[in-house]
Design a binder for this molecule. Structure first.
Ligand code: ADP
Ligand code: MG
Length: 354
């Protein structure tokens, strides 16, 4: 059963036949992955496909059930983060995990053995190079999710890793932050760093990756050089073989919302609160309304205010024609409104509703 190790000795990282279950849930069903030095490998796939679990195994956060991992063609025993760090592997996690009562700088330099002054110098140079605006003395608790993600990225970039894994790093970053991150990824690739880049944005695959892998239900269903694929091929690879998506699409075209004969489920009329003013919108049953804007534009504040968390200064909110302006979170929940928070660790439970 022993594979010839030399087969993949030109890879920085080789992963073979990784399996992992959580209880009866088989999450990884024999996954292979190769990353060469100076290569960006994009890993894509729907929610729950197993991407984060795979990279957590590589980082030693989870233990694999079965399979083998090689660095430079040599078998390595990972299983604790310290072993992965020693191999020069670093994972920037999907969900930021900062110490809330420590500053940005303290969070970044935690675990380094260099002198504090040297670290400070290296960190400020890095931030200058990136062109990011981040106050190093701020407490992590005061940072937005996007800013926390930047701190996690800084931690990874300060490590001078050989293999850097980025788990959906751009999901809450602004356009300019994404651009500067891509510059850095290109820089690192030039320097011969291997990069695993998890994303759900197909455009990013074409922009920065050399290789692409699609994972579905714990298996790699497609892999190869990005240049071999079109966007449509990747979209097809992401969908289950007996995909219902086309049918669903046909259906949605048929079920146009009848604006003449239905009433809006939600009406927001001239709403003004902390962080936004004079917002009016209507959402009809069966309709999805997108609310776009940059970080700090007031989208979250609008949502939490409608949800009864913050004070309404002016304007009205109606659900199914019933005025719920100024009602508490507990009341609006009963009245049929719900809210999925941006930071689910912090705000996933509406304590005020209990
Ligand atoms: P992805 O990153 O591709 O969205 P994940 O690796 O996060 O997928 O999750 C894959 C599956 O593993 C999901 O069904 C998820 O619920 C499950 N899972 C992930 N982490 C754990 C855990 N710590 N305990 C139990 N189940 C988990
Ligand atoms: Mg994930």
């Amino acid at each position: 059963m022993h594979e010839v190790v030399k087969n993949h000795s030109d890879s920085l990282l080789s992963v073979r036949g990784i399996t992992k279950s959580f209880g009866s849930n088989v999450v990884l069903k024999g996954v292979d992955l190769d990353v060469k030095a100076g290569e960006v490998v994009a890993l894509i796939g729907g929610n729950g496909a197993g991407k984060s679990t795979l990279v957590k195994i590589i980082m030693g956060i989870y233990e694999k059930d079965d399979g083998r991992i090689y660095m430079d063609g040599e078998p390595v025993k990972l299983g604790k983060p310290s072993a992965s760090l020693l191999q020069g592997i670093y994972l920037v996690p999907q969900e930021p995990m900062l110490f809330p009562n420590m500053t940005v700088e303290e969070n970044v330099i935690m675990g380094f053995e260099e002198k504090r002054g040297d670290l400070h110098k290296r960190l400020t140079e890095l931030i200058d190079h990136l062109g990011w605006k981040l106050d190093l003395s701020r407490k992590a608790a005061t940072l937005s999710i996007a800013e926390q993600q930047l701190v996690e990225l800084l931690r990874g970039l300060m490590r001078n890793s050989r293999l850097l894994i980025l788990d959906e790093p751009t999901s809450s970053l602004t356009f300019n932050e994404v651009k500067s991150l891509f510059r850095i990824v290109m820089d690192l690739r030039e320097k011969g760093i291997g990069i695993v880049y998890i994303t759900h944005r197909l455009s990013e695959v074409f922009e920065i990756a050399d290789q692409v892998l699609i994972m579905r239900d714990g298996i790699i269903t497609l892999s190869g050089a990005v240049s071999e694929f079109t966007r449509d091929m990747l979209v097809a690879g992401l969908l289950p073989p007996d995909s219902q998506v086309q049918k669903a699409k046909d259906k949605s075209e048929a079920s146009k919302i009848d604006y003449e004969n239905t009433k809006p489920a939600l009406i927001v009329d001239g709403l003004t609160g902390y962080g936004f003013s004079d917002i009016s919108l209507e959402v009809y049953p069966g309709e999805i309304l997108g609310l776009a804007g940059v970080v700090g534009a007031g989208r979250t504040e609008l949502a939490t205010t409608i949800f009864g968390r913050d004070v309404i200064k002016r304007g009205k909110v109606l659900i199914d024609g019933v005025d719920i302006t100024g009602h508490s979170t507990k009341q609006v929940l009963d009245e049929g409104l719900n809210y999925v928070a941006e930071d689910r660790f912090l705000n996933g439970i509406s304590a005020s509703a209990m």
